[in-house]
Write a protein that binds this ligand. Structure first.
Ligand code: CTP
Length: 431
């Protein structure tokens, strides 16, 4: 059970306000005390009784209620975490300017807790220079921005602007407060809120419109590197790593199922590659670099799941290194391998999507995300799939848990489950 937090959920006035119920529900089910602060506009979209029933607490809206107990600062001061979902363009602008003309604005200003916002608006509003500048300002202050997702909007249009799914927002928010959410499987087995069911149903409907496996990558050329490179020391020994290649192979299977032409650049896979891929087997980082770079010239999507050795022995002996010559200690001189991903980003052709992976041992969730953001910027790729690894985590397992960041550092998706289901979610983001 994770630590019990006091969480303020701000709900602002957009059509996605109905999905805020799912966010509140997820946080309550994770064992936290949730206090909703709704704007007047939000209550036009979702009823106060619903928010009170789901949060199990009274809903606050009015700046001038509870003046004696100084409610406008008390809520902010008591919060361990503030989540605003949905955050409209107007709310984002007010947050950027520090405007406190309602209870939510006051609560935010009176708080030093992590603030997570889930923007929701039409694509044009999201792309408007004012919103872009406001989001940059908020990000610069360390505010976490989740989404928006791309997809069908309220009208007939579609594009980026749809509020991220409630479960994702809840998970990202808890991580921002340094709490690992309980796995969904161990959550209280109550039916989830109707809105979550609705959004699942919509996803199912969207999937049903596609033939089996989806067609969204038909005719696309996808290059995937997988496994772990080995750098030979002598004819019998190498420097290697624990990557099994399972996540890369799962991505290859998922891309094939969507009709893509898949090149799998494989370094020592522990699992069989799927039938139907063009398989290029490599041993070392240098071999992997030349195979991937060559294949990438005609690729629409390049995904680097391979664990590439950062260093190789300065010298590879032709004969076995003997104990008699090394003595009690043996010092190896290593030289840096090229950064394949950074090179691909440098030479990327127009329209190509480049995806990196990062396996990190950092245990703190927010520090992990910051590491990922740094790596994404350093590598110059379009997306970075981040996961935590350890002695017993991440390698040679059938499941995975990832956070996907896009260029600029926004979290665009979180997924956990089998490596195949995670692969499918990753392809959804890329496609
Ligand atoms: N990568 C690469 N070439 C390298 C090292 C890594 O292309 N020489 C790619 C990996 O395939 C992965 C991404 O870069 O997609 C991140 O790899 P990771 O090992 O996490 O990062 P490093 O760059 O090696 O940085 P560090 O080990 O210092 O964390």
């Amino acid at each position: 059970m994770s630590a019990r937090l006091t969480i303020v959920v701000g709900v602002t006035g957009g059509i996605a306000a109905y999905k805020a119920v799912g966010v509140i529900r997820a946080l309550v089910l994770d064992g936290h005390s949730v206090h909703v602060v709704a704007t007047e506009a939000a209550l036009r979209f979702v009823g106060r009784p619903t928010l009170e029933a789901i949060s199990r607490n009274p809903v606050a809206t009015d700046l001038y209620e509870g003046v004696a107990e100084v409610r406008h600062v008390a809520l902010g001061q008591s919060a361990d975490l503030i989540v605003i979902a949905p955050a409209t363009a107007n709310t984002i602008a007010k947050l950027a300017a520090g405007i406190a003309d309602d209870l939510l604005g006051n609560t935010v200003l009176a708080s030093t807790a992590p603030l997570v916002i889930a923007p929701a608006m039409h694509t044009e509003m999201w792309r408007n220079a004012a919103t872009v500048a406001n989001i940059a300002t908020l990000r610069g202050r360390g505010i976490h921005i989740v989404g928006p997702a791309s997809g069908q909007l309220t009208g007939a249009d579609s594009g980026p602007g749809r509020m991220e799914e409630p479960e994702v927002i809840a998970r990202v928010a808890l991580r921002a407060a340094g709490v690992s959410p309980r796995p969904a499987a161990t959550a209280v087995p109550e039916p989830v809120a109707d809105v979550v069911v609705l959004s699942e149903r919509r996803r199912a409907n969207e999937a049903a419109r596609l033939p089996r496996g989806g067609v969204d990558l038909a005719g696309r050329r996808v290059v995937i590197s997988a496994g772990g490179t080995r750098e030979p020391l002598d004819p019998v020994r190498f420097l290697g790593n624990r990557s099994s290649g399972r996540q890369g192979v799962a991505l290859a299977s998922a891309a094939l199922a969507r009709g893509a032409d898949v090149v799998l650049v494989a370094a020592h896979l522990e699992v069989d590659p799927p039938e139907g891929v063009e398989l290029v087997e490599v041993q070392t980082a240098l071999e992997l670099q030349s195979a991937v770079t060559e294949a990438a010239r005609s690729a629409d999507i390049v995904v680097m799941t391979a664990a590439v050795a950062d260093y190789r022995p300065a010298e590879t002996r032709d004969a076995k290194i003997k104990k008699s010559e090394a003595g009690e200690t043996l010092t190896l001189e290593l030289v840096a391998n090229p950064d394949v991903l950074a090179g691909l980003a440098h030479d990327k052709r127009d329209g190509q999507v480049l995806v990196g992976f990062a396996a990190e041992t950092e245990p703190d969730p927010s520090a992990l995300i910051e590491l990922g953001r740094g790596k994404l910027a350093a590598k110059g790729c379009d997306f970075l799939v981040l996961n935590q690894v350890g002695w017993s985590q991440g390698f040679a397992t059938e499941s995975n848990e990832v956070v996907v960041l896009r260029k600029g550092g926004d979290i665009v998706m979180e997924a956990s489950g089998t490596k195949l289901s995670v692969a499918d979610r990753i392809l959804d983001v890329i496609a």
